[in-house]
Structures are given as structure tokens and as C-alpha cells.
Design a protein around this ligand. Structure first.
Ligand code: 0L1
Length: 254
């Protein structure tokens, strides 16, 4: 484990990269980090945001597609935190100048209606979910030229930068719904099945991660279950995610 001062310094570096919209080299260029260090840096980064008044709104999962895991050479999902500063209203506007090199992904969002008891061995996390919605996640890696390691991404709060949630609906089967992501000149088709073979598997994986990493899952939290397709650049104009049977959600970038 690296020294506490180093954790604080690296969290400050990532926080400044986001605040001043200035990319930073991979932490791995100068530090040997393990996954515990990476989550400790993420926690320190979120503590800085909380100290500025940002409220926690939930969690997001990353590397939930088999293709992305293979690309990164890993077999474990990653967890990041969402805050109210990242939330954009459905159909609302975001300023591209807020970001370094943003991309956008189509996702399924779950809404937790009750606290999840992460200590009990038989917790049914799906039973704590009250609603489901289509979502867009804006990711904005703070690393120069997208050059990062697995630990770098975790430290950087899994590239979390923004999210948009469509209309919430009662819980339904979302295991294999067609997905269409459209933005700029790009249209990507996919399926929610790409999210760990069904987003409800992502919930179980989240519970496991929450137990191991001491992440609280509270009533009112949003859970972004992971990307259903590859990410596309966030470009000026409207980006839409449409999930057949679940609805659509959009954001306008200016
Ligand atoms: O997929 C995710 O949301 C995790 C972030 C992956 C790293 C990146 O492409 O910025």
C-alpha cells in the first residue's frame, strides 16, 4: 500500500485534472499502484468532492462487458461513485467545455428503494430495486491520450463525469433488450445482454463488490449497470439512447 500522503496527492492531481479540464499522465508512469491503492485514491477523490458540497447519488459499474474485460485483461468489474454534480436532466444540456475528451455510453439504471444490507449473507439486492430506466453515462477519462491502467481507471472514479436518466418504470425484465445509441454521425446497435449477460447480473456483482469494498448502497441511490455498447465521442448536438421496451433518454451537448 502506498503512503497516505501519496494517496492524497494523487487524488488531488485527478481532482485538479477534472476541475481545470486538463488531462494528466497515467499515475502508473510514476507510481506502482495495486487495486487497494486505487480504491483508496478514488475514496480520497470523492471526499474532496463531498467537501465541496457534492452529494452522493449512487454508484456506477464499469468493465461489465466481456469485450471490455478482455480488452483490459481483467475479469473483475469496477465500481465508481455518482454525485449530484454529475446529474443532467433527461433532454437537458451539457457544456462540452466541462470535459477533457468525453464519450457517452448507453446504460440501464436501477433505483434502490431500500437500503441494501451488505452484511447479511442472503441479501436479495434485486428485491431492493423499485424502478428501472434507460440511461446515458458520460465518461471522461482524465488521462492523457486515454493511456491508463486498470488501477488508473479505478483511481479516476472509473472515468465518471455525467449521467442522464430517462423516465423510471416499474421493474421489468431487462436481460436482453435491443439498444440503439445515436449521437453525431454515429449509430451503434447493441443489447442489454452485453451487460454481464443481463443487467441483473450486474446487480449481483455490485453486491459482491460493495461487500468487499465497504461501499454503502442506500435507499434512493441510482445504480448504473454498465455499458451496453462501446462508447462513442460526445459531440455537439443531441445524443439519444433508446432501449426497446424501456424507453429513451437524451442529452444535448453544446
Ligand atoms: O466503462 C466504464 O464506464 C468504465 C470506464 C472505462 C474507461 C474509459 O474508457 O474511460
Amino acid at each position: 500500500m502506498i503512503a497516505t500522503e501519496t494517496i492524497g496527492a494523487l487524488a488531488t492531481r485527478l481532482d485538479n485534472a477534472q476541475t481545470y479540464v486538463a488531462d494528466t499522465p497515467s499515475l502508473a508512469d510514476t507510481h506502482t499502484l495495486d487495486i487497494e491503492d486505487a480504491y483508496a485514491i478514488q475514496a480520497a477523490l470523492l471526499a474532496r468532492r463531498a467537501a465541496r458540497g457534492e452529494g452522493s447519488t449512487g454508484v456506477k459499474l464499469g468493465f461489465t462487458s466481456r469485450a471490455k474485460m478482455a480488452q483490459m485483461g481483467v475479469s473483475e468489474i469496477i465500481v465508481g461513485r455518482l454525485t449530484d454534480a454529475m446529474c443532467v436532466a433527461d433532454g437537458g444540456e451539457v457544456e462540452l467545455a466541462r470535459f477533457i475528451h468525453p464519450k457517452v455510453e448507453p446504460e440501464v439504471a436501477f433505483w434502490l428503494a431500500q437500503d441494501v444490507d451488505t452484511d447479511a449473507p442472503d441479501t436479495d439486492i434485486a428485491a431492493c430495486v423499485d424502478a428501472v430506466a434507460p440511461a446515458l453515462e458520460i465518461i471522461d477519462s482524465r488521462y492523457r491520450d486515454f493511456r491508463f491502467t486498470y488501477e488508473d481507471v479505478v483511481a479516476d472514479n472509473t472515468s465518471a463525469a455525467g449521467y442522464v436518466i430517462g423516465a423510471w418504470r416499474p421493474v421489468q425484465d431487462v436481460s436482453a433488450l435491443p439498444v440503439r445509441l445515436h449521437g453525431g454521425s454515429r449509430e451503434i446497435l447493441g443489447s442489454t445482454a452485453a451487460i454481464l449477460d443481463g443487467p441483473s447480473n450486474a446487480l449481483c456483482a455490485l453486491l459482491d463488490m460493495a461487500r468487499r469494498r465497504g461501499i454503502p448502497l442506500r435507499a434512493g441511490d441510482v445504480v448504473l449497470a454498465g455499458a451496453a455498447t462501446e462508447a462513442i465521442p460526445l459531440t455537439p448536438g443531441v445524443t439519444t439512447c433508446e432501449i426497446t421496451g424501456l424507453g429513451r433518454v437524451s442529452v444535448r451537448s453544446v
